[in-house]
Design a protein around this ligand. Structure first.
Ligand SMILES: [Zn+2]
Length: 161
């Protein structure tokens, strides 16, 4: 069991075959949330809680970051995954200029890049490892974590809409 305390999702219960369809399904719901006509996407519901736009930009960056991490782990043995600095990206204003339309477009691109990368992984590739937050993790785990990130933050977004 590898359960998120926040949302209850068990990464161990997700198979490698489920990763791509679940990431795609989750991202299509993000795109729905970002569709024109949805109000107040930039509003933070409370101090310290991200807006829909910030969660959406975060998910895009997670997928780009995971994709790069996968590629490095295919070439290097047990690399230490570069930190993402999720909070700092927001605090530094990296998402401040992005519109819902721009984030939608980039989510589609990031989703395609991630799923196209995960799609070519062989069973041997899926067993390769990288060190995430001090823990050796397989690339299969990286895929299940991508599912978790998408589904966890989709719940955050839905709670605001
Ligand atoms: Zn979670």
């Amino acid at each position: 069991m590898d359960v998120c305390e926040g949302c209850g999702l068990d990464r161990d219960a997700i198979t490698a075959d489920e990763v791509i369809p679940r990431v795609r399904a989750g991202l299509s719901r993000f795109l729905g949330a970002l569709a024109p006509g949805t109000p107040d996407l930039a509003r933070r519901p409370a101090p310290g809680v991200w807006s829909v736009l910030e969660y959406s930009a975060h998910i895009r960056d997670v997928l780009l970051n995971q994709r790069e991490g996968i590629i490095v782990a295919l070439v290097e043995d047990g690399p230490v995954k570069q930190k993402m600095y999720r909070e700092q990206r927001v605090d530094l204003g990296m998402y401040a200029l992005e519109t819902a339309a721009e984030i939608s477009q980039s989510i589609e691109v990031a989703g395609r890049l991630f799923t196209n990368t995960f799609a070519v992984l062989s069973p041997e590739h899926l067993a390769r490892t990288a060190v995430y937050a001090g823990q050796p993790r397989t690339l299969r785990w990286v895929g299940t974590q991508a599912v978790h990130e998408v589904e966890h933050h989709l719940a955050d977004v839905r709670a605001q809409l």
